[in-house]
Design a protein. Sequence first.
Length: 310
Amino acid sequence: MDLIADVLEVSGVRGTIGARIEAGGSWSIPFTGCTPAVLHVITAGSAWLGFEHLSPQCLELAVGDVVLMPDGPPHTLGSAPRASTPVGDPVMAARALETGEVIHLGSRPARTRILTISYDCDHTVRTQILGALPEVMHIRGNQGEAGFDDTVRMIGRELSHPLLAGRAVLNSLVDVLLVQLMRAWLPTQSGQRGTWLGVLEDPLVRSAMEHLHAEPAQPWTTATLASALGVSRATLSRRFSAAIGQSPATYLTQWRMDLAAVRLRKTQDPVESIAAAVGYQSVPAFHRAFARSHGVAPGRYRAEQRKDSY
């Protein structure tokens, strides 16, 4: 059972290629109004990343470095720290984030190449990983495992030498890159308790969550879950709440509603079948639980999601 893969899949996290920067000499460009998550990959050369309201205010980036900002804060990329006057147009940068076009900055030849990736997710899903991550995640090129460096190099090659179906390859690689970034970052971290990532700090809570994810339709109670794990109900309740800030029962309900929402959006399955698949033998009880979670009844939720997809 891979909990992170589960949550990434259910929350629909997907990456798309955004702006591609090719720069030389003196240059800088501001990024404002980014999508919920933005990531920069330095595929050649070096750059400085600056913030107005975050600490540290400047980060020096070298080839192979990757920076993820889950909330997409306003920031500037440039050839030097705190570049005085942006050379690039912020409107151009915003457009390039959406279209994936190349931005040429400074003078030729280009010494620095940067790929910007936008990540988004299904915001109706309540179990999220991006929201649990810090404001800035900086992974140096030599900090990750070998696969991480290989993925960065593959992205650089795809950009430098475009081939058949290159965009499809790149969109797959950027999803892989997010997972590898988390693989490199998570083992170095502690103090994530109180967020979903707190599950990784307590093996008992991780085992409990694996049971819930593997069999969400089971009539779990805190007592039956504790029994399956060979611990007391009090121990499980205390450690589960301390790790992720929720009780086992609250988390199970949330996860069931997230699974139900995905099936309502993506399948034609009857509401009765979806209710049973997430542990509700009573359809009215499922309706009430779903309405509390999402603000609307399952049928209306499905209709609204289908309408928005057209």
